[in-house]
Design a protein around this ligand. Structure first.
Ligand SMILES: Nc1nc2c(ncn2[C@@H]2O[C@H](COP(=O)(O)OP(=O)(O)OP(=O)(O)O)[C@@H](O)[C@H]2O)c(=O)[nH]1
Ligand SMILES: [Mg+2]
Length: 260
């Protein structure tokens, strides 16, 4: 049963044209995320192909909620629509294309309970890797993440990965941009860092999708990535916020859990 020691995990999943992935994704959630959870799947107004398999899943599982994108369409609006469905607690963003390693989620949740506001699986941390995907996108992501880590001390080397766990209270403090596609994760992470939020990194393996088509628009969203990169370079972190008391801290002292 969910309680103060194990708040429900809200999993926000944007979907667009993923008929061949959603069932496998759902089975991975069942197998890997054995936590109190709510799955919030956000589809665009003009979505067609993915809705029949999604409706079948939602009909059999009351913890699965299908929500229409409040912005009509677009990945950023879909994720923000999912955020708006959550009152408080941990919010995971995961992609339906099976690229993210969901076996990491229980450890991400543990790091959240230990007081972190953002928990970042990282392809570019020691032990992390990316299998497949366009070389230029990989190079830009890695260069941006590793350089911000070295130059500014951003705790994750993978600022562009949208597979993340956030504290909803942190998201509520940020007035997020309306545009910029999936640069959303980078925007949240660098703004969280500058505001003093606690950020943890875990190595992960990212695998390129095997079904469906990528909707990533690198050249269209590059200005947004550049904007947040330059913003991070030109802003200094304002101290570190005290660790929030969540769940049962490992050292038994509320609010002073060992944050790693
Ligand atoms: N609702 C909604 N979901 C989207 C949209 N674009 C992408 N998605 C979903 O967001 C997730 C990630 O989309 P991808 O196209 O794989 O983009 P990516 O993961 O950032 O990049 P690559 O996997 O490297 O191509 C998937 O679950 C998509 O179905 C969109 O415009 N609207
Ligand atoms: Mg993808």
């Amino acid at each position: 049963m969910p309680g103060p020691d194990n708040p429900p995990l809200h999993i926000v999943v944007p979907v667009r044209d993923e008929p061949d992935n959603v069932e496998r994704f759902y089975r991975q959630v069942l197998a890997e995320i054995r936590l109190p959870r709510r799955l919030i799947v956000v589809y665009d107004r003009d979505e067609r192909a993915t809705l029949p398999p999604l409706r079948a899943i939602a009909a059999s599982d009351p913890t699965v909620h299908l929500v229409e994108n409040a912005w009509g369409r677009g990945g950023r609006g879909a994720v923000r629509t999912g955020f708006a469905q959550v009152g408080e607690g941990p919010v995971l963003v995961a992609m339906a294309d099976l690229s993210d390693d969901l076996s990491l989620v229980p450890e991400m949740y543990r790091r959240y309970l230990a007081g972190n506001d953002v928990v970042c699986p990282s392809r570019w941390a020691p032990g992390g890797r990316q299998l497949g995907g366009p070389a230029v996108k990989r190079l830009l992501s890695r260069t941006a993440g590793v350089s911000l880590h070295r130059l500014r001390g951003v705790p994750t080397r993978d600022v562009t990965n949208n597979f993340r766990l956030y504290d909803k209270a942190l998201l509520d403090r940020l007035d997020l941009d309306e545009k910029g596609g999936f640069a959303l994760a980078m925007e949240i992470t660098v703004r969280a860092f500058v505001s003093g939020a606690r950020i943890a990194e875990l190595p992960t393996t990212w695998r390129s999708r095997t079904a469906g088509r990528s909707k990533f628009r690198m050249w269209r969203w590059l200005p947004a990535y550049l904007k947040w990169y330059l913003w991070a370079l030109s802003h200094r972190r304002r101290g570190t916020r005290p660790a929030a008391a969540r769940g049962r801290p490992e050292d038994g002292v509320p609010g002073r859990a060992a944050v790693r």
